[in-house]
Design a protein around this ligand. Structure first.
Ligand SMILES: Cc1ncc(COP(=O)(O)O)c(C=O)c1O
Length: 395
């Protein structure tokens, strides 16, 4: 292979990204048949309408003429936006978080990179739980650390014994994502408390152990009033999230990191996060977006739209015989594939013009991710294909 790019990047590019692979297969199928004939469940691009409060905030910011507010700003973001996000986060997490403890980032993705660079030394281990968002591996390795991937239990809840066995002197952080992409699992309050207790036994001043909560789906929950969080029970917790899903504005890159008051050496950590936000090249979330967020930090898209999609899709899949833990949050169903070979089954769905992603792409073979952030009609029209595909396996 050519030496034109870094070897690590070349290896990463070659390692199977199943989302990418399905995207390519989908592109070919759409070119052949026409995009409207292909039912694409492979992407997690939020498609609920943004709330009216967001459009009102857009209009009011656009109507202002304030040349200075398009320039560089403090590295942690505009104070007014940090304060507005802090008020929202305090209410949402039931924790007291003030504006100076919030750093505005280019989405949760930017926030995760800033956090991992701030805490990881070369060779450190970061534990994460499968099924998992596959970009974590890149974020962790880019920060010089090593990802340790552990399985959750059969209903995708953390397995405390498995985590206890994997904690070593080198473990720097445990990274969790609840509600989870791709399983839709919401970690129970009991699991959150037990995880916090376990980490508490390993955290030491000379060897801090962080809990990083990647929470962009926190408010996208079904049949629940509130998403439990271990932040209440474990002091050394860093919260990372964004408005990509809450406001359905993933393209606007409105994210944040919030550091709760009990985090030891909080000011040092905030200083590191602020510096890295700049030196990693993000600087921070775009100025216009920040000004808009300051005016609608509490708003939420129509979660009911996703809930109806979830119910339509999941109830039908179960009726056809798919084994499925009904998601309680996020934007994905994660059924078992009727064939053990998840990639083979996902390929068989292509014959019905359906695109999904094999579970192996998320560290959990034998399953597939079916995103339900799609038009209602896409689900309705694709259901006969899902039914036919499982029937074909039976025959
Ligand atoms: C689990 C998880 N974390 C982080 C992100 C990145 O989100 P953002 O748009 O806020 O960067 C995503 C995006 O889909 C995600 O699924």
């Amino acid at each position: 292979m050519s030496d034109a790019i870094a070897r690590k990047v070349a290896t990463d590019m070659q390692s199977a990204s199943w989302i990418r692979e399905m995207f390519e297969k989908g592109r070919r199928l759409k070119a052949e048949l026409g995009a409207e004939k292909v039912y694409d469940f492979s992407l997690g691009n939020p498609n609920a309408d943004p709330p009216e409060a967001y459009f009102a905030a857009l209009r009011s910011v656009a109507a202002e003429r304030d040349a200075a507010r398009h320039r560089y700003m403090p590295n942690a973001g505009f104070d007014e936006t940090r304060a507005a996000v802090a008020r929202f986060v305090s209410r949402e997490y039931r924790l007291e978080i003030d504006g100076p403890s919030v750093i505005l980032t280019t989405g949760a993705a930017g926030g995760m990179n800033v956090v991992l660079h701030a805490i990881c030394n070369p060779g450190d281990e970061v534990i994460t739980l499968a099924p998992f968002f596959p970009e974590y591996r890149f974020y962790i390795e880019q920060a010089g650390a090593k990802m340790v991937l552990l399985q959750t239990d059969e209903v995708f809840q953390p397995d405390l014994e498995v985590i206890a066995a994997a904690l070593t002197e080198r473990t720097r952080a445990v990274l969790i994502n609840t509600p989870n992409n791709p399983s839709g699992a919401v970690y129970t309050a009991e699991k959150c408390r037990a995880l916090a207790e376990l980490l508490g036994k390993h955290d030491r001043p000379e060897r801090p152990l962080y809990l990083v909560c990647d929470d962009p789906y926190r408010r996208i929950i079904y049949d629940l009033d509130w998403c439990p969080t271990p932040a209440h029970y474990y002091p050394r917790t860093i919260l990372v999230s964004s408005y990509s899903k809450d406001l359905s504005i993933a393209g606007e890159r409105a994210g944040y990191v919030a550091v709760p008051p009990a985090v030891p050496d909080k000011l040092l950590l905030l200083g590191a996060l602020t510096m890295l936000n700049r030196t990693l090249g993000f600087v921070n979330s775009p100025a216009f977006t920040q000004r808009v967020i300051a005016r609608c930090a509490e708003a939420l898209c129509d979660v009911g739209f996703y809930q109806q999609n979830r119910d339509l899709l999941c109830d039908a899949l179960r009726e056809y015989g798919y084994e499925l833990v009904k998601p309680r949050g996020a934007l994905y169903a994660f059924p078992k594939t009727p064939l053990e070979d998840d990639a083979a089954f996902v390929d068989s769905l292509l014959a019905h013009r359906i695109l999904a992603v094999p579970g192996r792409g998320f560290g959990r073979p034998g399953y597939m991710r079916v995103s339900f952030c799609v038009a209602r009609k896409t689900i309705e029209d694709a259901l006969p294909g899902f039914k036919a595909a499982i029937e074909q396996v039976g025959t």
